[in-house]
Write a protein that binds this ligand. Structure first.
Ligand code: COA
Length: 383
């Protein structure tokens, strides 16, 4: 006799709490984000990316001495090994998406690390600094290599954000540019149990190593429903092309049932608190460059806000919406945007991984089988 049992399936794990974390807290209905006890608005105002990384990994804000030593440790680890540089140079220049190159290069970092299977806290902290410091070098090296430009090595006298822009463009960034990128990195450093963080923790829960977990996270971040949304948002702004085209473009997109990239969120059902700061920084950059991209974004937000469809569904601008023009103003190509997101989120992933390793339980959910049952094997010639 088959006993029918009612199985409740939580598609997309929506609303399911699967772990406890000290990293960050999203209060979706209120549009609030807290990192380790600090409101994101406070951090946006004051923090450097390096301070946030330290806070996540060591569970407190660093004092001046701790911060200096932490910054030194990151700066001294920026050079990438030869085998990774060879791999970057061997990537087909036109076809390789920068996220595919980054994912492969981070995975390859493990090849030069004989103790990569060691998941002790001390080893993981060393590797955490290594991976975080090297990601910007990988991203900048690949971008310059694919454009046929000379690859520029890292500088130890620059902070994380400035050094990346320097390696990418081969010139010192202005203070406004460095500040804007630092802000972006701070705001995107963590976000509770987003999809890439979850996949990193699933990998770590099998006691696999930190390189594997970050590689899993990079693969998950790549999708347009997650980290890939900023690239799509910028393509949208470029397609619109002019603030006067916004309304017609929006009406046509909605009539075709298209999703508007950079809008909507699984958890936020009000304003994403990060968008406010990104908008402000984008406005500053727009004053120094072509104001069009900011103006288009501003108008698109306004048009969407007045659309009853969006109002009913509580769809607001998400973090990617103003990230897109902000990164574009920094001279970063749209197909690089997800890599810049990864530069930020890696410190959150690592904080979560340290938590997972220190109090691990294999993450292994169940599924409801809905296929046929009781079939008999059919020999190949009878199929
Ligand atoms: N544009 C238009 N409609 C949208 C929308 C958007 N950006 N985001 C959600 N919706 C609509 C859906 O069509 C759906 O409408 P319906 O109820 O008539 O079917 C409803 O809102 C709920 O959408 P759903 O996909 O179930 O919500 P979700 O919580 O799974 O989606 C996202 C969250 C992020 C995947 C979704 O908002 C989205 O695709 N946004 C665009 C991509 C993006 O910017 N991603 C970055 C996230 S930080």
């Amino acid at each position: 006799m088959v006993v029918e049992t009612q199985v409740q399936v939580h598609a997309g794990l929506e609303g399911i709490v699967v772990a406890r974390t000290r990293m960050s807290k999203v209060i979706g209905e209120e549009g609030r984000l807290i990192y380790a006890g600090y409101d994101i608005h406070d951090l946006a105002e004051h923090a450097t990316f390096e301070e946030v990384a330290y806070m996540f990994w060591y569970c407190c804000l660093p004092n001046r001495r701790q911060l200096l030593s932490f910054e030194d440790s990151l700066r001294s680890r920026r050079n990438i090994p030869f085998h990774v540089m060879d791999l970057i140079r061997s990537a087909p220049t036109l076809q390789s998406h920068p996220m595919s190159v980054l994912r492969t290069a981070v995975s390859a970092l493990a090849l030069g690390d004989p103790g990569s299977n060691d998941i002790s806290q001390a080893s993981n902290l060393r590797r955490a600094a290594d991976i975080t410091a090297k990601i910007p070098t990988i991203v900048a090296a690949h971008d310059r290599n694919r454009k046929g430009l000379e690859v520029i090595g890292p500088r130890e006298d620059l902070d994380h954000a400035s050094n990346f822009l320097y390696m990418l463009h081969g010139r010192m960034p202005s203070e406004v540019e460095s500040r804007a990128l630092n802000l972006y990195l701070v705001l995107l450093a963590d976000h509770e149990f987003n999809a890439s963080t979850f996949s990193a923790r699933v990998t770590a829960s099998t006691q696999s190593d930190i390189f594997s977990a970050i590689t899993s996270a990079l693969g998950t971040l790549k999708g347009p429903a997650h980290g890939g949304a900023a690239e799509q948002t910028m393509l949208q702004l470029l397609e619109i092309g002019d603030p006067d085209n916004v309304e017609a473009w929006y009406r046509a997109a909605r009539a075709q049932g298209k999703r508007i990239y950079g809008m909507g969120h699984r958890v936020y059902k009000s304003q994403d608190p990060r968008a406010v700061h990104l908008q402000r920084a984008t406005a500053q950059l727009a004053e120094l460059g072509d104001p069009r991209w900011y103006q288009i974004a501003l108008k698109l937000e306004q048009v969407a806000r007045e659309d009853p469809y969006m109002i009913e569904r509580k769809i607001y601008c998400n973090v990617d919406f103003y990230s897109a023009p902000l990164l574009y103003y920094l001279g970063i190509d749209p197909d690089l945007f997800t890599c810049i997101f990864a530069m930020a989120r890696v410190v959150g992933w690592i904080g979560h991984l340290l938590e997972q390793y220190s109090d691990n339980r294999l993450i292994r959910p169940r599924s409801e089988y809905v296929g046929p049952e009781g079939l008999r094997w059919i020999p190949i010639d009878e199929r």
